[in-house]
Each structure stands twice: as C-alpha cells, then as structure tokens.
Write a protein that binds this ligand. Sequence first.
Ligand SMILES: C[S@@+](CC[C@H](N)C(=O)[O-])C[C@H]1O[C@@H](n2cnc3c(N)ncnc32)[C@H](O)[C@@H]1O
Length: 276
Amino acid sequence: MKLSPTLNLFNQLFMAFQIAFWPTLISIWRSPLLLFQPQKLSQTYMAHVWLNFGNGADEGGRPTKERLITPHATGVVLDLGAGYGHTIKYVDRSKVTKYVAVEPNLRMHNILRATAATFGFTEADKTLLILSCGAEDTSVILSALNNTQVDTIISVLTFCSISEPQETIAKLVLDVLKPGGQLTYYEHVLSSLKDVAWWQHFWAPLWAVGFDGCRMDRPTHLYIEEITDRNGKSPWKDRLICGRDDEPEEDLFWHRAGRCTRSVPTFAQLEFLLTS
Ligand SMILES: C[S@@+](CC[C@H](N)C(=O)[O-])C[C@H]1O[C@@H](n2cnc3c(N)ncnc32)[C@H](O)[C@@H]1O
C-alpha cells in the first residue's frame, strides 16, 4: 500500500482537531459537566467536526446517492444517523410521505430540522419525525411509528458507528423494514485488499476517538449481504451493489453502496408461519 492514504488520514484527523478543538473547549467552559460525560463530549466534538466535514463527504458520494436514493426512496423513509440532514435533498418529495430521522446527537437536531423544512418535511404537518435514539433501539423506533414498518431505510456513513453492527442491521431489516421495502446504504468499508485491511485495523481505534466511534474497519457490505432470517434464509429478493467510480481500492476509506429489496413472503410461507 502507498504511504499517501495514511498521510491523508493524519491530515484529516489534524484538520478535524483544528476545527473542533476550540468550539468543544468553549462547550466545556459553558457546561463543565461534559468532562464527566464521555459520550456527550464525543458527540459535541463530532457535531463541530461534521459541520465542516459533512459537505465534502456528501459531495463525494453525490453521484452514487443520486443514483440509489432519488428514484427509489418511497413512502416512509427512515434515515439512520441523519446528522445535519445531508441525505434529505436526495429524496424525491413527491414519493416520500414521511421522513423519519434517527439522530442520537442532539446538537445536530436544530440544523437537521431546518434542512428538512427546506425540503418540505415538517413536524407540524407530521411529515417529519426526529428520534434521538440510536439505530440499535429498534423497539423505540417501531413504537414511535405505531408499530408500522417502514418502506425505505437509508444509512449514509452511519453503520460504521453503531454498536453490535451485525445484530443491529439484521434487526433493522427483519423487524423495521417492510417486506418489499428497500435498504439503501453508502458506507466506507473494510478493504478486500489484505494490506489495506491491515492498516485499517491498525488505525481504526485512533480514528474512532476522533470521529465519535466511527470504525474504519467494518465489512458492513458483507454484514448486509449475510443477513439471514429466523429460518436461516436471506431476506433479500434482489440487491444492487456498487462503489464509487472515482476511488482506488487502495483508499483507506473505500466505499461500497447498495440498494437491497426485501422479499415478500409467498402465500405458502405466510400460511406456514401462521400455523407453526
Ligand atoms: C458520519 S455522520 C453521517 C451523517 C449523515 N448521514 C450524513 O451523511 O451527513 C454519522 C452520524 O451517525 C450518527 N450516529 C452515531 N451513532 C449512531 C447510532 N448508534 N445510531 C444512529 N446514528 C448514530 C452520528 O451522530 C452522526 O450524525
């Protein structure tokens, strides 16, 4: 592997530190208790980092997201780790009835709400719902939706930060996504090149400290591929998996994206489930 991806990683960590250090210090000055709340402190730092990094990261993935999200996101859309709302602009307002944003970082909510309003989703008319739980809290998500499953789940650079990713992604697909619904993702993942993967594992703990728990060494695309239901069967009817055309696989932040459609059980399967 070339040296440049590692240098780029340090550059990004340093830039993030330069951007977020003083604003985070000011937040600690205003609320010293933050020092004893590591998760909140990390979220404060990340809120400042993403305010500056979010646009660049969004721009890099724009062509992929326009291809995967805009023509296909429909009905009730659940955006996991919605951040400042960068993904809202990719959904076609005429096809989406409700935008549900899962965002545990409360410091992002005001901008998220304002961005959603710009694109026609508001809490006042019940087309916007912001949940401050994590993606892991599937029962909270379902109960906020009156136990109705959603048509579309989107994860843009979020599955890298959730806890117990395999279990959580499976629960989201099997419990929260409707049969026939779609999971769309755009994530940086563990490289299939052994040397790159070694460096990703090596730098992952340091990167996670600087970016609120984000792991750069997760094979998220494989976790999604390998989900099985309670009968050991794949829940997917079809899958479209792609990457970015403009990045070499040598990159420490190698992206995979996909749109996976959940199968609809046949009449015979439903009958079997009801009788067993
Ligand atoms: C890299 S940012 C991406 C934000 C947004 N999706 C975008 O494209 O700009 C990751 C987001 O995931 C959120 N996040 C972190 N842990 C999470 C969790 N357990 N469940 C849901 N979201 C989480 C963070 O607060 C942050 O907003």
